[in-house]
Design a protein around this ligand. Structure first.
Ligand code: NDP
Ligand code: 2IT
Length: 449
């Protein structure tokens, strides 16, 4: 793959020189620019208005110190981030990731992708992302709470329901959102929709917890139906066992899929009789334990150390729901060789460029993250709406809206790919459909001199 359009290639060259040492961010931009080459060819007005150079530069990037005291009384220091990437379509919107891998590059890649994903939902949300290199693993409840409070003690001045609305991502779930929300309220004396993923009793939306996983399966279903295929009876492998993976598994099983494997950072489980999701939920959601526990509770299942080996298990459908670059070119070849015919990305950027190329070249039905995992942020958008009108919707109402949004995203990505001569390529289609709305809004809003 290459960036064919000359202007885009020059903008990318400048970006790479300016952001050397930020490989994840550059990878995310390169993929989008490859898709946008025919758009730049067809729209000189975007080039003239500097849309491409502007869209890769965050409107604002905040980095801050987060100091806190651990249970032994030691002072600890972590780094906090918030990137407010683009507000052309609405307030900045996107999750917070707490993980030791978090860097400026990771936050910028996630924030950049969020712009186009949020645009695809059709809800009024700009793109943002944030987080910290704080590692929640092995921390006590008190340490997690004090860390979240200290994080918010700086973040609160940068966010607000009409400015920037964070939510969860890896390492940040309902527990962390609660501590963050409590501290925001203490600092500002305002109870408002400044975060999504809140508890239902505090203004949260029904279905937000399972939304990303459910949305992933709604998208997959739509993509397969369009090819005369279906989920029922198919063998499915799902990486990870966190929020996205668990609810992808739940919906896959409801749709008749046969899920045989899941994983965590240490290794993967294989259960030929089909994953017992109540056992996984107990281990990962309640006990916050290791997936290896599963084999002690379910006879006939096996555990293998090392998470990457999960892609060697023969399957019809693969759902990567862990993290960026978890499937490389070799893993992709193995999946294809073993007969995998569909891949839908639950995680953000889980397939390397080589893996994506392998899937597309081999006719695998491939659902790119920006489109297929947009159900989480779409439901966050619905939570913002409910907070604004101060009325809650039922689970059925939210689920129906989520389902409709995922169907529309599939149609938008499919149509955009066809319009620009790349029929069937949903990577290009999602990037183009997401980009065009943002570009038109930026054009309309003018340039500040
Ligand atoms: P969670 O923190 O709930 O869970 C993360 C899971 O991934 C854990 O099971 C973790 O294992 C596992 N994991 C991490 N790295 C690896 C790896 N290399 N191999 C196997 N397993 C791994 O996070 P989420 O489920 O929320 O997020 C997962 C992905 O989905 C991320 O890419 C995130 O950006 C994306 N996403 C999340 C959305 C949301 O609404 N939460 C929305 C859209 C995308 P362990 O228990 O060992 O840590
Ligand atoms: O990557 C994502 O879309 C998310 N982590 C969800 C963001 C949100 O604001 O709900």
């Amino acid at each position: 793959m290459e960036i064919k359009n000359k202007h885009l290639s020059e903008v990318y060259g400048e970006l790479a020189a300016r952001n050397a040492g930020e490989p994840e961010f550059l990878q995310a931009v390169a993929e989008v620019f490859e898709s946008l080459s025919p758009v730049a060819d067809a729209h000189p007005e975007y080039v003239k208005a500097g849309i491409f150079s502007r869209i890769v530069e965050p409107e604002r990037f905040v980095q801050f110190r987060v100091s806190w005291v651990d249970d032994e009384g030691n002072v600890r220091v972590n780094r906090g981030y918030r990137v407010q990437f683009n507000s052309a379509l609405g307030p900045y919107k996107g999750g917070l990731r707490f993980n030791k891998e978090v860097s400026a590059s990771v936050i910028k890649f996630l924030g950049f992708e969020q712009i186009f994903k949020n645009s695809l939902t059709t809800l009024p949300m700009g793109g943002g992302k944030g987080g910290s290199d704080f590692d929640p693993k092995g921390k006590s409840e008190g340490e997690i709470m004090r860390f979240c409070q200290s994080f918010m003690t700086e973040l609160y001045r940068h966010i607000g329901p009409d400015t920037d609305v964070p939510a969860g991502d890896k390492g940040v779930g309902g527990r962390e959102i609660g501590y963050l929300f409590g501290q925001y309220k203490r600092l500002t004396n305002r109870f408002e929709g400044v975060l999504t993923g809140k508890a239902i009793v505090s203004g949260g939306s029904q279905i937000r917890v399972p939304a990303t996983g459910y949305g992933l399966l709604y998208f997959l279903d739509e993509m397969l139906k369009d090819r005369g295929l279906g989920i029922d009876g198919k063998t499915i492998v799902i990486s990870a066992s966190g929020n996205v993976a668990i609810y992808a598994c739940e919906k896959a099983q409801q749709m008749g899929g046969h899920v045989v494997a899941m994983s965590d950072t240490n290794g993967y489980i294989y259960d030929p009789k089909g994953i017992k999701l109540d056992v996984v939920k107990q281990i990962k959601e309640v006990e916050r334990g290791r997936i290896s526990e599963y084999t002690k509770r379910v006879p006939g299942s096996t555990y293998t150390e090392g998470s990457r080996g999960i892609w060697t298990i023969p399957c019809d459908i693969a759902l990567p729901c862990a993290t960026q670059n978890e499937i490389d070119g070799e893993d992709a070849k193995t999946l294809v060789k073993n007969g995998c015919f569909a891949v839908a990305e639950g995680a953000n950027m889980p397939s390397t460029p080589e893996a994506v190329e392998c899937f597309l070249a081999n006719g695998v039905a491939f659902a790119p993250a920006k489109a297929s995992n947009a159900g989480g942020v779409a439901t966050s958008g619905l939570e913002m709406t409910q907070n604004s009108i101060r009325l809650p919707w039922t689970a059925e109402e939210v689920d129906e809206k989520l389902h409709g949004i995922m169907r529309n995203i599939y149609a938008a990505a499919k149509d955009a790919a066809a319009e620009y001569g790349m029929a069937g390529n949903l990577v290009a289609g999602a990037n183009i459909a997401g980009f065009k709305k943002v570009a038109d809004a930026m054009l309309w809003q003018g340039i500040a001199y």
